[in-house]
Every structure is written in structure tokens, then in C-alpha cells.
Design a binder for this molecule. Structure first.
Ligand code: PLP
Length: 289
């Protein structure tokens, strides 16, 4: 069955789906996106993704392409047409197509594109048991990382460096030596006193939907969390480290730049948080590992 992409109101075979060469997403990375997990044919944390999409659009003065209710209907159509049971939904909204010129064009409709593809979330269960390695890279991104912009070149370069080093992810380190986040994940450590630490929301990081869900679950289960910046040195000295994202709900980080974290094995606090996340995923979607 060919995959179908939604482009400005129509479902089209993916290979034929097109936007204009003058689309501002292509010309200027003038657009935003969301990646949403689909498990057991249900969207995970959909309201959180809708809220973040609306915020990203508003920060860039891009008009919403349609109401949240309409967007939800289109989403259901895309998932159904592609027969997605476990997968990833990609939504991109750009300012639209117009003669190339830096200022915002007037009278242009935003471009809305959606695609969906199968994704095997069960592979994460094995990675959770073994843990994953990260490397570090300087954070060379712009200072509005809170906007989920399609301008991802520094993230792409960092992820490629991780891949070349045989690592799962690159953690990005700012000029002060503090870890901001991963190239496509949020970063966490468990300090020696057992407190879980992750960087507070600001322009420096993306407000991960999985981060938000995990903070809520930790609060509900009396797990102590501090939203505070931590340095790379603190991460290397941490008892445990882990990362979160839509595509990797909660993975233990057992090596940073080749150095073992704690005893080099996934730790109990990370395992507990991962368990809480999988239970929440099951509660929302019925998905079982
Ligand atoms: N940080 C960055 C830079 C990201 O690109 C992502 C996801 O793509 C995340 C964090 C995690 O966000 P979420 O949990 O919403 O997937």
C-alpha cells in the first residue's frame, strides 16, 4: 500500500506529494512542526502537541492553518489512510509560498503537510534494558529553541556526529558548560542525593511533551525532581542519566563521551520513571510493550 501524504487539503501518494519551490519552509525554514506518537492507533499526548504547535505558530506570527478540531479530523484521516497502528505522525506548517523576499508576504495561506509512517516502539524496550550512549557537542543553535522550528541544521549535524561515533544521541553543551538538551531529546540526570534534575523551560530548550508528561508522573508519585541547569561535569558525575522524547519515551544514558555514568548500567530511578511512562502510554492508548 503506497503511503499517502496530506498536502493542503488533499491526500496524495507520498512520491507525488509536492509543495512549491517558493514555499517559505524550503526557502527560509520559515515553519514549524510536530512529531506525535501513534500507539495502538491512538495519538499520545495529543492536546500537548496541539498546544505546543499553536504556541510555535504564534511566536512566529504564522496563522493557524485550521482549528484544532479540524486538525484532529485531518489527523485521523491521515492515520486511517496509511493504516497506522504504531507509528509517527509528522505535521509541518509553513508561512506559505510567495515570491522570495525576507519580510512576511501578505495574503498568503500557510502550507500544511502531514505524513505518517509505522514505527516500532518495542525496540525501545531492549534499549531501555541495555542503556544507550551519548556524545556531547557544542550547542550552536539560535536562541529560540523553545519554538519547534523546522530549522534543524545544528540538530542534524549533532545527530550525525553521534551516529558517526556509534552513539544514540548528542547532548548539546552551552557556552557555560551546561547541558541544554539532546539534538532531538530532553536531557536528565539523577544526582547523588537521588534528586532527578532537568533543565528548566526557557528559550534554551524545547518544551518536550514527554518531558512534561514525565514531570507530571514524577510529581504524582512523590519522586523528587528539580528543574535546574546542570553542567557536563555534573552529568558525568551523576548516579544516573537518561533522555526523553516522543520517539524514545525514556532511555537510560549509560555512557557520555565514552565515560560510564554511575556503574555503567541503567539505574533504578530511570527504570521506575520509564515504567511510569509505559503505564501512562498504556492508559492513554491501550498499547502494551
Ligand atoms: N528537544 C528537541 C531539540 C527536540 O527536537 C525534541 C523532539 O523532537 C525534544 C526535545 C523532545 O520533545 P518531545 O518530548 O515533545 O518529543
Amino acid at each position: 500500500m503506497p503511503r499517502l501524504a496530506y498536502v493542503d487539503g488533499r491526500l496524495t501518494p507520498l512520491g507525488d506529494a509536492k509543495v512549491s519551490v517558493e514555499d517559505r519552509g524550503f526557502q527560509f525554514a520559515d515553519g514549524v512542526y510536530e512529531v506525535v506518537a501513534v500507539l495502538n492507533a491512538a495519538l499520545l499526548d495529543w492536546p500537548g502537541h496541539l498546544t505546543r504547535l499553536a504556541r510555535s505558530l504564534a511566536e512566529l506570527w504564522i496563522a493557524a492553518p485550521m482549528s484544532d478540531a479540524a486538525l484532529s479530523m485531518v489527523t485521523a484521516r491521515v492515520l486511517k489512510a496509511n493504516r497506522i497502528r504504531d507509528g509517527l505522525l509528522y505535521i509541518q506548517v509553513t508561512r506559505g509560498a510567495a515570491r522570495r523576499d525576507h519580510p512576511f508576504p501578505s495574503g498568503v495561506r500557510p502550507t500544511l503537510v502531514m505524513t505518517a509512517r509505522p514505527f516500532d516502539f518495542r525496540q525501545r524496550v531492549g534499549q531501555q534494558a541495555s542503556g544507550i550512549a551519548v556524545i556531547t557537542q557544542p550547542d550552536i543553535r539560535w536562541t529560540r529553541r523553545d519554538i519547534k522550528s523546522v530549522s534543524l541544521l545544528p540538530n542534524v549535524l549533532a545527530k550525525q556526529a553521534a551516529k558517526a561515533a556509534g552513539a544514540f544521541e548528542a547532548w548539546l553543551v552551552d557556552d557555560d558548560g551546561a547541558v541544554t538538551e539532546g539534538s532531538s531529546t530532553n536531557a536528565w540526570i539523577v544526582r547523588d542525593d537521588g534528586v532527578v534534575v532537568t533543565r528548566p523551560l526557557s528559550n534554551s530548550i524545547l518544551a518536550g511533551v514527554m518531558r512534561d508528561t514525565l514531570l507530571r508522573l514524577a510529581g504524582e508519585h512523590q519522586i523528587r525532581v528539580e528543574e535546574a541547569a546542570f553542567s557536563l561535569d555534573e552529568a558525568l558525575a551523576a548516579r544516573e542519566a537518561f533522555l526523553t522524547s516522543t520517539t524514545a519515551p525514556c532511555l537510560p544514558v549509560v555512557r557520555i563521551d565514552g565515560q560510564a555514568i554511575g556503574d555503567g548500567q541503567p539505574g533504578p530511578v530511570t527504570a521506575k520513571l520509564a515504567e511510569l511512562l509505559w503505564l501512562e502510554i498504556e492508559r492513554q492508548t491501550g498499547f502494551r510493550r
